[in-house]
Write a protein that binds this ligand. Structure first.
Ligand code: HEM
Length: 142
């Protein structure tokens, strides 16, 4: 029973983490079109900071806490290939998270040099990783 409650909290945290990871690059796409110093640009900065600090970062930490807790309750999962594959993709998600956090800082300092197209492409990476992770945990193909 505890296991199922922890799993529910894990999935809830993942939904919040992924929602933020998919929305933040979208904000960057629109931010690219806002002239430096404009009211729109300043509003995007506030939205990006709050999204990262109030949602994405805490949700990522909660996902890890509950995910690791599941492994403590069911250490047998460590022997399974799907978990290794999943954790490899999770490392990819962490890398995207780090890139987005860095990009937010460059926008905040009005020093972004990347194009809207770049952020459109980056937007697809967490989607692809998330699809792989969900297939690994639900289908457990290996
Ligand atoms: C440190 C990171 C993580 C660890 C250690 C971890 C570990 C686990 C474990 C042990 C389970 C239970 C599997 C089962 O009962 O069949 C689970 C379930 C799940 N995980 Fe993670 N996870 C992590 C991150 C993630 C991420 C980043 C995602 C998605 C983007 C994710 C999505 C899911 C989903 C959807 C389930 C539910 C599967 C089901 O309903 O049976 N996890 N996770």
């Amino acid at each position: 029973m505890l296991y199922l409650w922890v799993k529910a909290l894990h999935v809830i945290s993942i939904i919040a983490w992924m929602a933020g990871m998919l929305y933040l690059p979208r904000l960057f796409v629109y931010h690219c079109a806002a002239p430096v110093g404009s009211p729109q640009s300043e509003t995007f900065k506030v939205m990006e900071r709050r999204l990262l600090k109030a949602i994405i970062n805490p949700a990522m930490i909660a996902s890890f806490v509950f995910g690791i807790w599941l492994l403590v309750l069911e250490p047998g999962w460590f022997q399974q290939g799907w978990l290794h594959a999943k954790l490899t993709f999770v490392v990819g998600l962490l890398a995207v998270h780090g890139m987005l956090a860095k990009a937010r800082k460059t926008f905040e300092a009005d020093r972004n040099t990347r194009s809207a197209t770049y952020y459109r492409v980056i937007n697809e990476v967490p989607t692809v990783l998330m699809i792989g992770i969900v297939i690994f945990v639900i289908v457990k193909p290996f």
